[in-house]
Design a protein around this ligand. Structure first.
Ligand SMILES: [Zn+2]
Ligand SMILES: [Zn+2]
Length: 307
């Protein structure tokens, strides 16, 4: 009998651990003050309509499928295509480029050579970054920074960088040879602790959790509003289902979600925002299927424009 109790205890412990590691990612029932859409809109209230951005563009630089269960806690069922992207907010006053995606070496390293990479797309991103009025990143992870950390003309892009201290501190490890170009390393840090207007129709606001330097970017174009949320979620269904990443991912990759409770609060806030503001276009960085749906609907345009 004793052995049976032992087996049952072990089984219960195993089930508990499996639940904790794989299934549990529930967002809290309530989260206030995570994002302040009213404050973002207020910062843009005096922007004349003709100065606002005209469109939001996306560049699909690379891709690699991931098991569904690794992207969202408890999401059984096949694979999700995870894409590596950057965004371009195009407008009459010049473009704002958001994120630096991955270069060929990074994709090969991250995917053991199995990932897709679009060299023309990466080149357009490099060119657009050099031509942008402002360059931002959603956060300092390896798959969001390469066209900045490894840009061939650091002196050209440095005056246009709007990166926070945490973001700048995360860049050297991704530079070629581990040494960041002095112009980029010495760029003055931005502070988005409170929401800041970057350009007509564009606001940045700190949202630490997924990384210390994570920010969200609110965009008002002449026709729509957007919120770029980086990797707060990897897939849009995380927001719909109120489930964050599984814990085992954060154990395997400790740089992911160092403040997991903050990420789960943000997911709750985004879920509620999607209900109260259904016209707002929420853009996570990696959800290939969801981003392509937004393209099909006309809310997003594929491919950057360069001069
Ligand atoms: Zn990412
Ligand atoms: Zn990330």
């Amino acid at each position: 009998m004793k052995w049976l109790i032992g087996v049952l205890v072990l089984l219960a412990a195993f089930c508990g651990l499996a639940w904790y590691a794989v299934l549990d990612g529930a967002a809290p029932a309530q989260a206030d003050d995570e994002f302040d859409l009213a404050a973002y809109r207020e910062l843009l209230v005096t922007d004349a309509p003709e100065t606002l951005p005209t469109e939001v563009r996306v560049e699909f630089v690379g891709a690699d499928p991931a098991p569904s269960l690794a992207t969202e806690a408890g999401a059984f069922g096949g694979e999700r295509m995870m894409t590596y992207t950057a965004f371009q907010i195009a407008g009459p006053g010049g473009a704002v480029v958001i994120d630096g995606a991955v270069d060929a070496d990074t994709v090969a390293q991250m995917t053991d050579g199995s990932g897709q990479f679009c060299a023309d797309c990466y080149q357009r991103l490099v060119d657009a970054t050099a031509q942008a009025a402002h360059v931002l990143i959603t956060h300092e992870h390896i798959d969001h920074v390469m066209s900045i950390a490894r840009h061939p003309s650091p002196d050209t892009i440095a005056p246009h960088l709007r990166l926070t201290r945490s973001q700048l501190d995360g860049l050297p490890q991704h530079a070629s040879g581990g040494v960041l170009a002095p112009a980029i390393a010495n760029a003055p840090p931005a502070d988005f602790t409170t929401p800041q207007r970057i350009a007509p129709g564009v606001v940045a606001h700190a949202a630490p959790g997924h990384t210390p330097g994570t920010i969200v970017i609110f965009v008002r174009t002449q026709t729509r509003e957007y919120l770029l949320v980086g990797d707060i979620v990897w897939v849009m269904s995380s927001i719909e289902n109120l489930r964050g990443r599984p814990r085992f991912i954060t154990w395997m990759i400790p740089e992911v979600d160092p403040d997991r409770p903050a990420v789960l609060r943000q997911i709750r806030a985004l879920h509620d925002m999607a209900e109260t503001d259904p016209e707002l276009v929420i853009l996570p960085s990696h959800d290939d299927g969801y981003l392509r749906q937004r393209i099909a609907e006309g809310a997003l345009v594929e491919g950057f424009v360069t001069q």
